[in-house]
Design a protein around this ligand. Sequence first.
Ligand code: PLP
Ligand code: COI
Length: 367
Amino acid sequence: MSSDTTPLHFDTKPNTNPMPEADRLKAFENLGFGTLFSDHMAVVRWSADKGWHSAEITARAPFPIDPASSVLHYAQEIFEGMKAYRAADGRAVLFRPEENARRFNESARRMAMPELPEADFLAAVEKLVRIDAKWIPQGEGSLYLRPFMFACENFLGVRPSKEYIFCVIASPVGPYFKGGAKPVKIWLSEQYTRAAPGGTGAAKCGGNYAASLIAQKEASAQGCDQVVFLDAAEHRWVEELGGMNVFFVMDDGTLVTPPLNGTILPGITRKSLIDLAREQGMTVKEELYSFEQWQADVKSGKLKEAFACGTAAVVAAIGAVKFPAGEFQIANGETGETTTKLRQALIGIQRGQTNDSHGWLHEIAGV
Ligand code: PLP
Ligand code: COI
């Protein structure tokens, strides 16, 4: 069991049938996103009577799941996304993992799920990275970590489950978008919204993504990489992409990004870029920005660049926007100067190539 003062003890049962090294290295030659998985996983269980218990690091394997398991019916599920990098000096590092631990618990509260003490969240992630350290790709790749929690009580009544599983899996990844670092094309969803005031938009719960898939499907059918959502009340204000926050770069160097009003995810990349931009002397405004204004600013030349950001995608320039009534380009479909500068500043810190003056890197000692 664990409380805020008693850390969980993780039993370690190494995988007796890990992927052969030659196969792993072959798979590393062509990394995409989220299709290859490491040898182990971290698992912790929760029940109303025992609290958090049975923590282990074990071979990655399926969970037996009862057809009445509550997550299958009412979608009580949350997750996080974070990355381990092999830094320039050989250290294995995580980027601001305590922010993920905190946000995980904010999501848990919103979804009426038990909170996992931040130290236990971090221990699960660290122990998994340590045992699967050889799965951190060298060079431009990284080891994407996916902590998640789901309800697993076998019960069909509608109330919070009395049993949960917390798990962390790891996936070596390359670029999120097929085109690599090329600017992305996004589809503006007019028909579908992602989150409404009072809803779960600020929580990282699977249901938000389920609700976004039809719009993402529409985006793909329109030849676009991602979808950008407007607010649910007025269908006017730009909120975020299906899996990324969004920034606009104005001709006077000002950055504009939608405010955290409860309907968008408080991105850790977003927060880091705001700090980096301000340190570089830029003005950053967290304020509402309408699609109408966006189009007008592109037309007048006031808007110079736009980019999407998140753990998986890092910083991706938005080269074009398509919507039911038309289409426009941004920065001639190229990656603009400010986008490049901020991207490099962030990646430089994440990969230990530049001074980490904020203390954002968390080293995993001894691997
Ligand atoms: N918005 C959504 C909907 C996301 O899924 C993500 C990705 O996690 C983000 C924004 C960016 O968040 P972060 O920078 O913490 O990865
Ligand atoms: C992440 O960036 O970690 C996410 O969870 C976004 C998802 C679309 C992969």
